[in-house]
Design a protein around this ligand. Structure first.
Ligand SMILES: O=C(O)[C@H](O)[C@@H](O)[C@H](O)[C@H](O)COP(=O)(O)O
Length: 255
């Protein structure tokens, strides 16, 4: 487990550019070390800005995307191509276009795919997918994600682990089926805390004053059952990357 570090940029645009630039460095280093880089994504408004920053970055375009594995931290259990799939905007902004399209994609199952509408089978299937995608030097049950880009909701949720909800109390397995999600749609697949925290680095990327309270609570020692993002702990680094508004309720101190 790593201590939580914070870094604050003035604006959301600067935050997205900062995340994109640092991400390229870490993925390149991971390729050097492991042969392939393992990246796990989550969706959301700030992530779309990060993906757009990557799409427009020369250093990102120069990375060998054929040696990047792209996994997901959570997904809505809806049909392929549905407007509310988390992986849809990622495809539209980034992975539908060269050179990013060369990445090896590991989308979470859809509700009209090989598991049909069996949510438990789909979650178990993605756990097997992660297990089988481990690199030779990944020691755990899932790839040691070099970076998880983690979105945080205004209620402090991350992946599809929600406050005061069975999803954030689940202790078994690396991937879980989530029902009755307080945020629509109700059926989801998510990394559990065990799956998430297998990551080398977790970067919580958060913008806007609407999330300032969640950020302050997560960094202020809240329990993960109350503020799930407080339970995100990378093995080597847990980095909260914030814009000035999201950081506005943190105690003053060095970035
Ligand atoms: O599956 C989902 O509903 C979203 O992916 C969600 O978990 C998102 O990551 C956060 O809510 C942050 O999203 P925003 O930046 O849009 O608030």
């Amino acid at each position: 487990m790593s201590p939580r570090e914070t870094h604050v940029e003035e604006s959301t645009e600067e935050l997205a550019a900062f995340v994109a630039a640092r991400l390229v460095e870490v993925l390149a280093a991971a390729q050097h070390e492991h042969g392939r880089a393992a990246l796990a994504l989550t969706a959301g408004s700030v992530m779309e800005k990060v993906w757009a920053a990557l799409a427009g970055s020369e250093s990102a375009r120069a990375l060998d995307w054929s040696a990047v594995d792209v996994f997901w931290g959570d997904e809505r259990f809806v049909p392929a191509g549905a407007a509310d799939r988390n992986d849809r905007p990622a495809g539209e902004i980034l992975f539908g276009h060269a050179p990013f399209s060369a990445a090896r994609q590991f989308p979470m199952p859809t509700s009209d795919g090989e598991y049909g509408d069996d949510l438990d089978a789909a979650a178990a299937g993605y756990a097997r997918t992660l297990h089988d995608a481990r690199r030779p030097d990944d020691a755990g049950e899932v790839p040691s994600f070099d970076v998880v880009l983690l979105g945080v909701g205004p209620d402090g949720h991350c992946c599809s682990l929600f406050p005061d909800h069975p999803s954030s109390r689940e202790e078994s397995g690396t991937v879980i089926a989530v029902r009755n999600s307080p945020k629509p749609p109700p059926l989801r697949i998510s990394l559990s805390f065990a799956g998430l925290n297998a990551a080398e680095q977790i970067w919580a990327v958060v913008n806007g004053s609407g999330k300032a309270e969640a950020v302050a609570r997560a960094l202020g020692g809240a329990a993960r059952t109350e503020v799930p993002s407080a339970g995100a702990q990378g093995r080597a680094r847990t980095w909260w990357l914030l814009d000035r508004d999201a950081a506005s309720l943190l105690p003053a101190g060095p970035d």
